[in-house]
Design a protein around this ligand. Structure first.
Ligand SMILES: Nc1nc2c(ncn2[C@@H]2O[C@H](COP(=O)(O)OP(=O)(O)OP(=O)(O)O)[C@@H](O)[C@H]2O)c(=O)[nH]1
Ligand SMILES: [Mg+2]
Ligand SMILES: [Zn+2]
Length: 349
């Protein structure tokens, strides 16, 4: 019998590829790569306070028992001192673990991140990075067309963060069952016009789910957005076996209660390398290390006008001869997007 690992939160991995595990011949015992100092490579799949669940590389298919080798790890003290306030270890990080018994370990090293979705750490006044997901290939920014109403200023901030980090962004307008797709397009169509992919979806009816699934296949995607928009519901619609807990809408709308508490990375059994991260709803999305001088470059529809301004250092705010503002006046740039730009320029939420 497979040894069942009772690591909290690994309920999904427990039934993943059971079939393959039972059919696997004995000779297919894991041979994890080892370095000379006997560290195991892995990826952080869940963070809970000072503990991290690390999936050891090459064990995703249940070869260490049905759940694979998922170890609850702490971070080596010396590492903690080295990196100060910024997120030291985040979900999605590739790490090296020193095993401690069968189920625990110590994170000894964190590989350099090749990409990141991050924000200014909420609740601290000094600049500090809060990593939402390490090493994503793309971000799926989920907003609902209603319940809750779309928070487009937050979407614009997400898009700035994605552009600044060179992270491809896709927009998902969820809950179209409640308004119809025409209404949804009247809100989100402006993003399609400036070149973002917008997927209209309903976790309820299944609309757009096949399109989403195709977009996620063979990439590492982080789902992000406000609370209650249906991030977890969409993932369940894409892959029902995930069975992620979803919220009670009244609790979300009336009490602002979040359902998903911590980011979690899941491997999905289609494609060869399909990972999705579910993240908690976001209330505050401050920009981290984004120079206001460059802000105009992160509004992609400004690009044709930026070099036409009278002053080369134009901030497109108050200067005479500003080609961006002229484009707004002529209706070539969406006024709401420009308003988002001005607010960010002045450091407002
Ligand atoms: N009508 C309708 N309701 C939906 C849809 N998708 C999700 N919901 C409902 O919206 C509520 C919130 O869904 P969740 O999936 O928990 O939202 P979430 O974005 O994961 O929220 P957090 O985990 O708090 O960030 C639940 O009551 C869902 O049933 C949809 O497409 N249509
Ligand atoms: Mg959720
Ligand atoms: Zn200008």
């Amino acid at each position: 019998m497979a040894e069942r690992q009772n690591i909290p939160g690994s309920e999904y991995e427990e039934f993943e590829d059971l079939q393959e595990y039972f059919e696997a011949p004995r000779t297919r015992k894991p041979k994890p790569k080892r370095t000379s100092d006997d560290l195991l490579p892995g990826v952080v799949v869940r963070a809970r306070g000072h503990h991290f669940d690390v999936q050891i590389e090459g064990t995703e298919n249940g070869r260490h028992g049905a759940s694979g080798d998922v170890r609850v790890c702490e971070v080596r003290g010396r590492l903690l001192q080295e990196r100060g306030r910024d997120t030291l270890v985040a979900v999605g990080d590739r790490v090296w673990v020193k095993p401690d018994g069968a189920r625990r370990g110590l994170i000894e090293r964190v590989d350099e991140r090749h990409s990141v979705l991050s924000r200014q750490h909420p609740g601290v006044s000094v600049p500090a990075e809060d990593v939402i997901l390490a090493n994503p290939d793309q971000a799926l920014l989920v907003f609902s067309v209603t319940q809750p109403e779309p928070h487009l200023r937050m979407l614009d901030r997400f898009l700035v963060i994605a552009e600044a980090n060179e992270l491809p962004a896709i927009i998902c307008a969820n809950k179209i069952d409640l308004t119809g797709e025409d209404h949804a397009a009247s809100i989100f169509g402006r993003y399609a016009e400036i070149g973002y992919r917008v997927i209209y979806a309903s976790a309820e009816t299944g609309a757009g789910i096949a399109e989403l699934k195709a977009q996620l296949t063979d990439t590492i995607t982080v789902l992000a957005g406000p609370s209650g928009v249906g991030k977890s519901s969409l993932l369940n619609a894409i892959h029902p076996a995930l069975n992620i807990q979803v919220g009670d809408l009244r609790e979300v709308l009336d009490k602002g209660r979040h359902t998903t508490r911590a980011a979690r990375l899941f491997r999905l059994p289609f494609g060869t390398r399909t990972y999705v991260a579910d993240t908690p709803g976001i209330r505050e999305l401050g920009l981290y290390e984004i120079d206001p001088q460059n802000l105009g470059f992160y509004f992609r529809e400004f690009a044709p006008y930026i070099h036409e301004c009278r002053f080369p250092n134009c901030t497109h705010d108050h200067e005479p001869g500003c080609a961006v503002r002229a484009a707004v006046d002529e209706g070539k740039i969406d006024g709401e997007r420009y308003e988002s730009y001005v607010r960010l320029l002045h450091g407002e939420e």
